[in-house]
Design a binder for this molecule. Structure first.
Ligand code: KG4
Ligand code: ZN
Length: 372
């Protein structure tokens, strides 16, 4: 049995998790509220908040797992892609901790981690705090429970990875054999959703707000053109622009147009983006003869994306793999599961490894076309 401590700090969530083999023992997330007032993640503030959060979060993850730090066999960390300052906090901590414990390090690619979250298993017995022990007093603890323990996909399967920074259709032939079939040529899907929300002044991150408001709106109220992009690639910058111009015109006639039609606007833009995403996924799965389709990343928390994927899979008698909400947005559990499979392969990291952002990347060879 191998015990892994995993750290995730690539963007604005500080997270630590403990896994015993593929079983999740704890997954603590401290989300940074400080960015809301700026309408987006401020890198400088993110790294400062990581610095404040990292030790209490790791401490809580170890306590919640009911282990001693001496039980840890390896320390895993997200190496990239992400914000340089944010990554450096997690990486420096992981390196020092591993060095102090005399244990090996495992580097994890954030995108691979999102996809591999489908392999996280839940513990067979209740965790200490589920047995009545007080939970550590963290502002944003992440409950475990639902969803995990579901049978993971088998290879090959397809995964739509959709987050604030990435949009890719991946074909997985093995845990680390991920072929990028298509990806966005400009904005990520989450970025487009967040920008639409920003235009409507709905706060940041806008994805969950649009999702919530869309429930009360008519998804066919307005149509926004989707671009013709070859193959399985995407483009979202045009959708965002057409949304902006549409509103600019309407606001000339009615300055309160957004306020009066907020739910319909949310439902319509959400439907536009989700339909565009899934049309290509469906095509890719048909073309590749794949019968298992997964979603991963922050946008996979979207209720329409989840229900539409399920509908499409039912139509074709395919199997849909929809992650529990707690594994959609950034978390260290997914880093831990990726690290577990690397541990089994004997893939350990050198203490001198630097982080990589999107642009400065020595690209990991297993994601063939990653890194736009
Ligand atoms: O994976 P993630 O936490 O961070 C990145 O790696 O980017 O994804 C964050 C993204 C944000 O764009 C956020 O608006 C979006 O996921 N998101 C959603 C929902 N929940 C989070 N988008 C649509 N509907 C949601 N329910
Ligand atoms: Zn992410």
């Amino acid at each position: 049995m191998v015990t892994i401590l995993a750290i995730e700090s690539s963007c604005d969530d500080t997270s630590a998790a403990v896994l015993r083999d593929n079983v999740l023992m704890s997954n603590v997330i401290a989300s940074q509220k400080v960015h809301e007032q700026y309408g987006g993640v401020v890198p400088e503030l993110a790294s400062r908040a990581h610095q404040q959060n990292i030790i209490p979060v790791v401490d809580a993850a170890i306590r919640e797992a009911g282990i001693a730090k001496e039980d840890i066999d390896a320390v895993a960390f997200t190496r990239g892609p992400g914000l340089m300052g944010s990554l450096m906090v997690g990486i420096s901590f992981a390196k020092s901790f591993a060095q102090a414990l005399g244990k090996p390090l495992i580097e994890v690619n954030h995108l691979q981690a999102h996809v591999l979250s489908h392999f996280i298993a839940s513990p067979p017995t209740p965790l200490p705090w589920e047995r009545g022990m007080d939970r550590p007093n963290l502002s944003h603890p992440s409950p475990m429970g639902e969803g995990s323990g579901v049978r993971p996909p088998t290879f090959p399967f397809m995964c739509l990875l959709v987050s604030g920074g990435h949009t890719q259709i991946l074909l997985l032939r093995d845990h680390f054999d991920m072929e990028v079939l298509g990806q966005t040529i400009d904005d990520a899907a989450g970025e487009a959703i967040d920008k639409a929300a920003k235009i409507m002044d709905l706060g940041y991150p806008g994805g969950p707000v649009i999702d919530r408001l869309a429930h009360e709106g008519n998804p066919d109220a307005y149509r926004f053109a989707t671009p013709q992009i070859a193959g399985y690639d995407y483009s979202f910058s045009g959708i965002k622009t057409s949304f902006l111009y549409f509103l600019r015109d309407r606001l000339k006639e009615d300055p309160d147009f957004i306020e009066h039609h907020k739910a319909d606007l949310c439902a319509s833009i959400q439907k536009t983006i989700v339909s565009f995403l899934l049309k290509k996924v469906e095509r890719a799965a048909l073309d590749h003869g794949v019968t298992q389709v997964a979603i991963a990343g922050g946008v996979s928390a979207n209720s329409l994306l989840r229900s539409e994927l399920q509908r499409i899979c039912n139509k074709h008698h395919w199997q849909a793999f929809i992650p529990p909400f707690k594994f959609c947005t950034d978390n260290a559990a997914m880093v831990g599961i990726a690290a577990y499979y690397k541990y089994l392969r004997g893939e350990f990291a050198d203490i001198s490894l630097p982080p990589y952002t999107r642009s400065l990347t020595p690209q990991p060879p297993l994601l063939s076309r990653e890194g736009v």
